[in-house]
Write a protein that binds this ligand. Structure first.
Ligand code: NAP
Length: 484
């Protein structure tokens, strides 16, 4: 079922930053898995590029090691890996220099899909785009893939957009937010727009509130230098949580086509109200007996960067006016869990009397772990002795529902790279979407800076600061427990 593979057209994919962390952990192993799945045509070619000097064989060694380490335990390794490596080559090129471009160009073939993956620091995007055009490697059909972070505020995102726009049309630019490549995230659209059951109830009349949680157990050690200049708001909320919010809240697009979907997402972002600062809680983890605190993971011992954010958001449109959205995300929390919970209103009247208690239906879409969906429904508690009610979960784990096929579900990077080759931008962010998200985010961050706000402390390994619990308690609601 899921293993139905639609091969892509022959392609040349150049990965700038091919020796870096992202390429080794995600991009190259992901491509290998697509090769194993039979999605990569025989003529496909992957060319790594970076400043390090090495030849094709040297790079193949790097890829071999990366796939073995991060390939995801496929049993076709040894037979397939050498076959995959035959598709791989390397050219050493400095994004800021003039050498190597002609030889790289000579490797590219006519009549193939041509894509360039910028897996390098955003400060190099402009130089790469300019040289790709200047040396004639890219034309009007070529595609460029750019990684996050896409700017650190509206001004820098605009500058990046206009730099890329000098060399490429918007239809050629693929801004990755890997959350959009996750199977469950796409399933969210299938559930909403493929079923009659949910959509009539999907509005403020029937939905009490929506919770979006992306909780991580990892702390920022090893990434401290980058993270401390970013924080949870820029690193997670402005992009990943915003994308989830858009997919949950958007109107049905006329078609599942790039601009139809992205137009609807943009309308959601533009309908977001500015956030009252009383409705946001920033947190920073402190040491517990097992792990050190945030400040020992970054250079600045007095850093006030947040590693946790919780907030209450409202959307001013007909569908959602009156239904709050609660978002939270953080590092060093007690469990690794990403989920969206749509909490429906109580039935308007209980025929079972007040002793039956309150029972709200909750639809939970789990992104990780154990991707799947749960619908909480109320039933009669079995047995004699009157009508007592209890809530049970209709639980669909993809792993159970799909059986062994679930192992073949491509991970986010695999799917998104194949979408680039197919020329399908539906799951990529458009430039105006990114700018709208920053337009909403910037005043929040500026407000923190203006007020000199210091994040609330929370224990590493906890659920976040107590104030985040209060954010919901004072509305008579509560967060779902973060549990793996
Ligand atoms: P990284 O480990 O520092 O790798 C950077 C890569 O860029 C290396 O291959 C480096 O190789 C190459 N490079 C640096 N300067 C260059 C130049 N002047 N010309 C050509 N190549 C150059 O970084 P990363 O973690 O892989 O991240 C890459 C991008 O992905 C960044 O934009 C990052 O924000 C984004 N990202 C990363 C992750 C992740 O999990 N790592 C997740 C999301 C987004 P040489 O030194 O040999 O040139």
């Amino acid at each position: 079922m899921v293993s139905r593979v639609i091969p892509v057209d022959p392609f040349d994919l150049v990965i700038f930053g091919a020796t870096g962390d992202l390429a080794r952990r995600k991009i190259l192993p992901g491509l290998f898995r697509r090769y194993c799945a039979g999605q990569m045509p025989e003529e496909a070619r992957i060319i790594g590029a970076a400043r390090s000097e090495m030849d094709d064989d040297g790079f193949r060694d790097l890829v071999r090691e990366a796939v073995r380490k991060f390939g995801g335990g496929r049993d076709c390794y040894d037979e397939a890996l050498e076959g995959f490596l035959a598709h791989v080559g390397y050219e050493h090129v400095d994004a800021m220099g003039e050498g190597g471009w002609e030889t790289l160009k000579a490797r590219l073939r006519d009549g193939m899909v041509r894509a360039f993956y910028f897996s390098v620091a955003p400060s190099l995007f402009g130089a790469l785009a300019e040289r790709l055009r200047g040396f004639g490697l890219a034309d009007d059909d070529s595609r460029v893939v750019v990684e996050k972070p896409f700017g650190k505020d509206l001004a820098s995102a605009r500058a990046l957009n206009s730099t890329l726009a000098e060399h490429f049309d918007e239809t050629q630019i693929y801004r990755i937010d890997h959350y959009l490549g996750k199977e469950t995230v796409q399933n969210l659209m299938a559930v909403r727009f493929g079923n009659m059951l949910f959509e009539p109830l999907w509005n403020a009349q029937f939905v009490d509130h929506i919770q979006i949680t992306v909780a991580e157990t990892v702390d920022v050690s090893g990434r401290g230098a980058y993270y401390d200049t970013s924080g949870a708001m820029r690193d997670m909320v402005q992009n990943h949580l915003m994308q989830l919010l858009c997919l949950i809240a958007m109107e049905p697009p006329a078609r599942f086509e790039p601009d139809s979907v992205r137009d609807e997402k943009l309308k959601v972002i533009r309908a977001l109200d500015p956030v009252d600062y009383h409705h946001i809680v920033r947190g920073q983890y402190i040491a517990d007996e097992k792990q050190p605190g945030y400040r020992s993971h970054v250079e600045d011992p007095r850093s006030t960067t947040e590693s946790f954010v919780a907030m209450k958001i409202s959307i001013s449109n007909w569908r959602w006016a009156g239904t709050p959205f609660y978002l939270r995300t953080g590092k060093a929390l007690k469990s690794q869990a990403s989920e969206i919970a749509v909490v429906f209103k109580d039935a308007p009247h209980s025929i079972f009397g007040p002793e039956a208690g309150r029972h709200a239906n909750v639809l939970v879409i789990r992104l990780q772990p154990n991707e799947g969906m749960t619908l909480g429904v109320t039933i009669k508690e079995p047995g004699p002795g009157g009508m007592r009610l209890k809530d049970v979960a209709l639980d669909m784990s993809f792993a159970d529902a799909l059986g062994p096929d679930a192992e073949d579900i491509p991970d986010a990077y695999e799917r998104l790279i194949m979408d680039v080759i197919r020329g399908n931008q539906t799951l990529f962010m458009r430039g105006d979407e990114v700018e709208a998200a920053w337009t909403w985010t910037d005043p929040i961050i500026e407000g923190w800076q203006r007020r000199g706000e210091v994040p609330k402390e929370y224990d590493a390994g906890s659920s976040g600061p107590d104030d985040a619990l209060m954010l919901m308690h004072r509305d008579g609601r509560k967060w779902r427990d973060i549990k793996a």
